[in-house]
Design a protein around this ligand. Structure first.
Ligand code: GTP
Ligand code: MG
Length: 293
């Protein structure tokens, strides 16, 4: 069997999770237009005939503003340790400070790296060549692939490039019938967090976490009951999350429920309560309580 461990790294919001979902053809990692969407590492498993590629989706590099942010950067750095190959995802623009810093880490690691230039649907064709040339001066990449993860353009080429880095292995490292190492319970709570990120603005969504309280299949039918706490940082944020006459919370819960139903393939009853934990993102024990790193 041919296997590889591939770590997907890069600045926040460049489309790492979108790319992983596109490669797998399944949504295992949440996506939003806000930075710092992915908070912990999640394994996405690509299984094909006699091939298994384990992808690590990681939090994006950014300047941390609290202890949670520092922890996320640590998770991203550690994910490089055991990788056979790095997928460095960047937007298709000239490299900036964060990109150069990530490249320094990549050079230090000595691990082969494929550069994926994403969001080419937003740039002119001529500019793509300029960007490739600028990056080629900074690092000796195994290959450079311009793509649009959103439009699934070039994703197959990325996969073909990765396949060149697989090595022979006696065993598969992950079960061959699952696309992730994470539980349904984890994926479900993440979907609630995704809807918070998508519906709320500015600081409010970044200060939220979703804590699973109860997840159980009702014996009498095809229904899964899910109870979660939505944690937020301030009393004023709680009001915004709940919204006028509860409309915002209802919208978030309805959107999350419908997607969790697709994920589980059964009906779902979802109850979300909102709780305030002042400044939890600077409290180590609360950070660990609300996140599965
Ligand atoms: N136009 C365009 N937008 C894209 C593309 N790929 C991703 N996006 C958008 O970019 C935003 C960020 O995508 P994510 O996949 O969450 O980015 P990420 O790198 O995982 O972000 P973090 O988890 O915060 O590090 C979302 O709004 C995506 O829809 C693309 O190819 N083209
Ligand atoms: Mg992500």
């Amino acid at each position: 069997m041919k296997t590889a461990f591939v770590s997907i790294i890069g600045r926040t919001n460049v489309g790492k999770s979108t790319l992983l979902n596109a490669i797998l053809g399944e949504k295992i990692s949440i996506i939003s237009d806000k930075p710092q969407t992915t908070r912990s590492r999640i394994v996405g498993v690509y299984n094909a005939d006699d091939i298994q590629i384990a992808f690590l989706d990681t939090p994006g590099f950014h300047k941390p503003e609290n202890k949670l942010g520092s922890k996320m950067i640590e998770v991203a750095e550690e994910s490089m340790d055991d990788a056979d190959l790095l997928l460095f995802v960047a937007e298709c623009r000239l490299p900036g400070g964060t990109e150069r810093e990530v490249l320094r880490r990549i050079a230090d690691s000595d691990i082969p790296c494929i550069l994926v230039l994403n969001k080419i649907d937003k740039v002119r064709k001529d500019d793509i060549l300029k960007v490739i040339a600028a990056y080629a001066e900074l690092h000796n990449f195994a290959s450079v692939v311009p793509i649009s993860a959103l439009q699934r353009d070039g994703v197959k080429i990325v996969l073909d490039e990765i396949l060149k880095f697989t090595t022979d292995s006696e065993i598969a490292y992950y079960p061959t019938d699952s696309a992730t190492d994470r539980s349904e319970r984890y994926l479900a709570t993440e979907l609630v967090r995704e809807k918070l990120l998508r519906n709320l603005r500015e600081e409010v969504p970044h200060g939220t976490a979703v804590e699973p309280i109860l997840f159980r299949d009702r014996e009498d039918g095809n229904l899964t009951e899910i109870y979660v706490n939505i944690i937020c940082e301030r009393e004023s944020h709680k009001g915004i999350i709940i919204g006028k006459q509860g409309t915002m919370l209802k919208k978030i819960a309805t959107e999350a429920r419908s997607e969790i139903e697709n994920l589980l393939g059964r009906k779902v009853y979802l109850e979300c309560r909102v709780k305030v934990r002042e400044d939890w993102r600077n409290n180590d024990s609360l950070i660990n309580e609300y996140n599965e790193f």
